[in-house]
Design a protein around this ligand. Structure first.
Ligand SMILES: [Zn+2]
Length: 109
């Protein structure tokens, strides 16, 4: 199956933009500048997945390993034994926090 022209164009533009941003970094750049390059590369990476495998493909790779959020954000500090999906891990952390502090939700007498 040939590549979809619009997706290919979007992908190539994002790669060019990310490369331009990366080349613009210098020793005086900030962490925010580097983070912007990181986001541009992640966006281009997602588009590359769309090009490589059509939507609904059984072999569609995921960036998170999560069936619910296959192209969602990756948790950079996922605890051992957890998945790498940031959305699912955030939900799990909230749930765990509520389990640890059951008494704090009751009103004081
Ligand atoms: Zn998830």
């Amino acid at each position: 199956m040939s590549l979809h022209a619009e997706d290919l164009n979007d992908f190539q533009q994002q790669v060019e933009e990310a490369a331009h941003m990366a080349r613009s970094l210098h020793t005086g750049s900030t962490a925010q500048d580097a983070a912007a390059v990181c986001r541009a590369l992640a966006s281009a990476s997602k588009l590359s997945l769309r090009l490589a495998l059509p939507a609904g493909s059984a072999a569609m790779p995921t960036t998170t390993g999560c069936a619910d959020h296959p192209t969602g954000a990756v948790d950079p500090v996922a605890p051992p034994g957890w998945g790498t999906c940031l959305l699912c891990n955030a939900r799990r952390r909230r749930h765990d926090a509520q389990q640890r502090t059951p008494g704090q939700r009751q009103p004081a007498q």
